[in-house]
Ligand binder design. Structure first.
Ligand code: GAL
Length: 498
């Protein structure tokens, strides 16, 4: 063999063996190891003249220092904390170059800050209290979750919102016309929690309902939309999940009720993400964005299980997937289908969604659930107790390669190109002419699936393949990729260079 050919072959072989990205496969928390890597989101929307807050998610060894070039007027970066904050008056699209530097190197990344009428230009990421804790939420729980998110590195993978769900309120509205905070649970009030989160570059979500009472039977917002929206803004709230228990069935009434709160939120002095939660019963994908919504539930509540055929209550991951699958045309930057929050790592411990130590999924099933939600460009709101999660759960929630697919700036929801009895194939166009393809084994048997240029439109034999969860380059597609799937496994690939 000629020397040049030998080097070329070695180069290709090494390329195939090298992980193409940071991955935490051995269970140690590698988020705080190695050279810097600035993680998505790479596009951020904010309303003009409202407070802007963005922590630059960055993996790599600490200490770390950040720089930002070309920040729009009104914003400044704290180079030690990595938090960009301020207020921009002029609408426009600003391209900013971020640099993160540590002892081992540097990473540069261009991001876009778009000041205008859209928020949630990529699916929101964070945590919500409902799926594990139900009514048992407290101020200290929320603050401990924030601490955990900072300490375990989830914040550096893009998780930013910490959302208080039902039961932070008392049942009756106060004589002064304001919702009363349950002081047993939140002795220092909501603003205190919001300030604590904001100091860490995190954001606070809250919950109300388009009727007199919420699903849990505490105070809702109907008739007081302006008062409540203003209170939320004064407290520093960044997101509102607006539920629909106790409200009329018709679509028109729902549109009216959601419009009122949408307008009230927009009239505040904050950029507040608006989550429409009427469980997909009135085709919200057709109207929720027009009423100011940034994501809308497309299904009933998720349960902590893989499929309804096995165990209830709540919908299984498979049933939800099937309901959300056909709605991809409605999703895009600024407005996303929401197939409900993640159940990764709840493992039968929920106090609200059918726990009682029943249910739960295997780690493989939770990983597939994460893959599907990323492919479907869903909001990534985990709901497990992130203070105490297992190594497997942590790895599922913090794999930067799968998150990058969710956060891709093109903002496309995957379409399902094949739905066979035992498997699905999903295709998600990505920016840079890349394409993510997921193969899901829905069965409890081993399965072989072939991906080739005949079955997937747009693929050519020349496409380069990366295995997302394994973090490996696999070379060219050539005659096809034979995918071997474990029971319930979902493998995800990125194809580039068609
Ligand atoms: C449901 C909603 C859940 C949770 C719950 C609180 O309507 O879908 O996600 O918010 O109410 O009571």
């Amino acid at each position: 063999m000629k020397k040049t050919t030998f080097y070329f072959v070695m180069f290709v072989l090494l390329g195939m063996l090298m992980p193409f990205n940071l991955i935490y496969a051995d269970g140690s928390n590698k988020i705080f190891e190695g050279a810097p890597c600035i993680n998505p989101p790479y596009i951020i929307g904010n309303y003009p003249e409202t407070t802007f807050l963005f922590y630059i998610p960055t993996s790599g060894e600490r200490p770390m220092a950040w720089e930002a070039d070309n920040l729009p007027k009104g914003l400044s970066l704290n180079s030690e904390t990595g938090i960009i904050s301020g207020k921009v008056t002029d609408a426009g699209e600003y391209t900013v170059t971020l640099t993160a530097t540590n002892r081992l190197g540097k990473d540069k990344q261009q991001i876009i800050i778009r000041i205008g009428e859209e928020l949630a230009l990529t699916p929101p990421m964070g945590w919500n209290s409902w799926n594990t804790f139900g009514r048992h939420l407290t101020e200290s729980l929320i603050m401990e979750i924030a601490d955990a998110m900072v300490k375990n590195g989830m914040r550096d993978l893009g998780y930013a919102y910490i959302n208080i769900d039902d039961f932070w309120q008392l049942k009756e509205r106060g004589a002064d016309g304001h919702i009363q905070i349950n002081k047993e649970k939140f002795p220092n009030g909501i603003k205190y929690v919001a300030d604590y989160l904001h100091e860490r570059g995190l954001k606070l979500g809250i919950y109300s309902d388009a009727a007199e009472y919420t699903c849990g039977g505490v105070c809702g917002s109907i008739g007081y939309e302006d008062v409540d929206a203003k209170d939320f803004a004064d407290w520093g709230v960044d997101l509102l999940k607006y539920d629909y228990c106790g409200a009329p069935f018709g679509q028109q009434e729902a549109i009216e009720r959601y419009t009122k709160m949408g307008k009230a939120l927009r009239a505040t002095n904050r950029s507040i993400i608006y989550s429409v939660c009427e469980w997909g019963q009135r085709e919200p994908w057709k109207w929720a964005k027009q009423v100011g919504g940034h994501y809308w539930r497309t299904t009933g509540d998720i349960g902590d299980h893989w499929s309804n055929k096995v165990i209830g209550p709540g919908l299984g991951v498979m049933e939800i997937t099937d309901m959300n699958a056909s709605l991809s045309e409605y999703a895009g930057p600024g407005g996303w289908n929401d197939p409900d929050m993640l159940i990764v790592g709840i493992s039968g411990t929920s106090m609200s969604i059918g726990g009682n130590n029943k249910g739960g999924c295997s780690d493989e099933q939770y990983r597939s659930h994460m893959s599907l939600w990323c492919m479907m460009a869903s909001p990534l709101l985990c709901g497990n107790d992130i203070r105490t999660m297992s190594r497997e759960t942590f790895e599922t929630l913090t794999n930067r390669n799968i998150i990058a697919i969710n956060q891709d700036v093109l903002g496309k929801q995957a379409t399902r190109s094949i739905r066979a009895d035992y498997f699905d194939i999903w295709v998600k166009p990505l920016s840079n002419n890349e394409m993510a393809i997921a193969c899901l084994n829905r069965s409890d048997k081993l399965l072989d699936v072939l991906i080739d240029s005949k079955t997937i439109p747009g693929l050519t034999a020349n496409a380069e393949i990366k295995d997302v969860w394994a973090g490996r380059n696999l070379g060219k597609l050539s005659d096809g990729l034979n995918v071997k799937l474990e029971p319930y496994q979902c493998k995800v690939y990125i194809f580039s260079g068609k």
